[in-house]
Design a binder for this molecule. Sequence first.
Ligand SMILES: [Fe+2]
Length: 444
Amino acid sequence: MNAPFDLGGVRQGELVYQTGFGNGFETEALPGALPVGRNSPQRCAYGLYAEQLSGSPFTAPRASNERSWLYRIQPSVQHLGRYHRTDARLWRTAPCPQADLAIAPLRWSPVPLPDAPLTLIEGMHTVTTAGDADGRAGMAAHIYLATRGMEDAYFYNADGEMIFLPQHGALRFRTEFGAIDAGPGEAVIMPRGIKFAADLLSGPARGYVCENYGSAFTLPERGPIGANCLANPRDFKTPVARYEDRAAPCTLTVKWGGALWQTELAYSPLDVVAWHGNYAPYKYDLRHFSPVGPLLFDHADPSIFTVLTAPTGTPGTANVDFVIFPDRWAVAENTFRPPWYHMNIMSEFMGLIYGAYDAKPQGFLPGGFSLHNCMLPHGPDTDAFNAASAATLKPHKLEGTMAFMFETYLPQRVTSWAAGLAELQHEYTDCWRGLARRFDPTKP
Ligand SMILES: [Fe+2]
């Protein structure tokens, strides 16, 4: 890949990023590669082809209209080789049948990294699916287990947008729009249709993925919170243009209609020399999230920790909310401070990137994951309840922790792979067994 042209962005490591959320970004890896004052000149500079990538219908309202213009060495139609269906391995797409499991809250220990050579795509393991990818509703939750880089095996997903959450090991995403590095504590959002390959920066890698079949992730409204806090737009980072001008046999795999399709190419498809627009991959450091919470008493709903939301047409009902539980102070007086007991119309997939989660200090391990599905009760385990009920309520800092949740309005169906894992904690619901009967009608 060429060195980036000096664009005055934010440098992090050896990469440069543009800051902001959903901006009209513009970037060029060669001076003058971007047309000025028009999108589609009769002849583009350097012999490039102009191509539009539409992430929303042309007629979407301005607030949700997403598209970018790419100036590339070869147009994407040159990638239309003869596609053949290739093995999707353990990547599943909704609608996908529910595994033979009794209904219950579910929790898994971390799945170990295998010895087998697996790229990020080959190592995608689906835990749950929800909704219908063709209907643009729902999501899938995956674990990736990657032991080798993708090198010349490029990929794009037509079925959904993806959030990658590294939990172990760092990744470099080489994309059509430039390169993004991310490690544990960061999130990478790869919109639908963007070609990329991922390299391993520090050995084998494990993490979580949300595949969002619905509308694109955006920032939640802040309401009375005002103009600041939660995820601030300036903390989102979008790459600057970098391109590969490389003739080498390579493959392009497309996830389309729940299947993987592969073709052979003679040139790298990451050949975008310049681009502008608001449809691009980006990353966010979850530690930049500015939490807002209860300052006197009670426990607010977890929606106060929403980083990104993918809305449906029903106001307040998300196809997916991406929520985190970062470091924060707990200060509420006369309050049971951990999350309350709960039944929910939404279904909650959770993971732990590092540290401990206050409602489940034992058993919910970094790299592990849990599923609290539609209308299945859950809440603090016995030890957490007893400790929080007796605790002296001084200000207390929850430190060194980063849990997250993918919450969807549709029930999540567990795959047979996840149901058959040795890491499934069959005794999970025992964590509530010890909750004592404390009722005494004579003691108000
Ligand atoms: Fe919940």
